[in-house]
Design a binder for this molecule. Sequence first.
Ligand SMILES: Cc1ncc(COP(=O)(O)O)c(C=O)c1O
Length: 398
Amino acid sequence: MDTSNRINNVEFSPIRKLISYEEEALKKGKTIYHLNIGQPDLKTPKEFFQSISDFKEDTLTYAHSRGRKELIEEMIKFYKKHFHIDYKYEDILITTGGSEAILFTLLSIFDEGDEVLVSEPYYANYNNFFDLLNIKVNAFTADPKTGFHLPKREDIICKITPKTKGIVLTNPGNPTGVVYREEEMKLIGEIAKEYGLYIISDEVYKVFSYGKNRAISFGEIEGLEENVVLIESISKIYSACGARVGAVISKNEKLMNEIYKLCQARLSVSTLDMVGAQGLYSKLSDDYFRKNREEYEKRRDLVYNGISKISGIQVTKPEGAFYVVVTLPIENAEDFCIWLLTDFDLNGETIMLAPAEGFYSNKELGRNKIRISYCIELEKLEKSIKILDLGLKKYLEK
Ligand SMILES: Cc1ncc(COP(=O)(O)O)c(C=O)c1O
């Protein structure tokens, strides 16, 4: 029996590609620092678990397909408070993580053969959805030297064809750490208006921007109410990846109505996860975000300062999220990432990195790059940079 061409087109996640090498290294007794995945190590706030303990219903029923009303109301308050955006109940649909929000949004906008505009490098899992739905990717390339800010208008619009339906952007960026400036977002807004495009703005890292530039939400840019769809998630902002709660947010009534059909088809998001999420949105103060932001900023600074000193490496200071793309003085970064697991250690310790190829549509551009995720403690990051430095020297000698 055969499987569908649709699923045959989908590849395994490039971020997890090195798992078999990792398993071998672990069997040999090596300690591995994981710089390859965006799994925050900060504790999930106790408010999440408390809300679930306080939930006293006898039967765990399906929740409303839109999501729990109480959670939607808390999200509305969050957007008002932090982004000065007025959303109403119908503008928000709760989903099983940001991942389902992306899938439902793409399903509701793109037909097979339609085209999507993206800034590369981009979040690798988009490719799974693009491939599954047979959406053609037209990527314009963001330059590492600019910190992956958007290229010029001409370089973006030359990728638009009559089949282009929308643009997907991640802000703050994964894997780039870019935080778009207001002018860039307005430029995208103008292009979207002129060519009649949706702007699918994946903002799952929205509270993590460092230094003076706050991450602006696309929802704040006026006049784009029909174009903008936000992807939201509690995974990163509340360190709650296992809770699987996200949302699609848009003032485009027609689109939201269509996405709601998919929400109905899958019946409900996990009731208890939503109850926990309610506790997060309703009980945590601004202090919570401030502290976490400060912690990640320290990590960002340590990683950036450490790797910029490594000879031959090119890196631009990331401004948000918890990732940085690094250009290495080697041809094949994936081979180096494997070698670090199979052939290298420093006192029994090594690192696991994500080869950046999978974040590019033009794989050649990512071949000499890696993505580092700084979701681990400062002390472990410090050791990791040392391992990267020595490992790279040794790899270049061989
Ligand atoms: C840019 C981006 N969007 C969406 C997601 C999906 O997150 P989740 O499904 O956990 O909400 C991730 C996860 O790493 C991500 O990095």
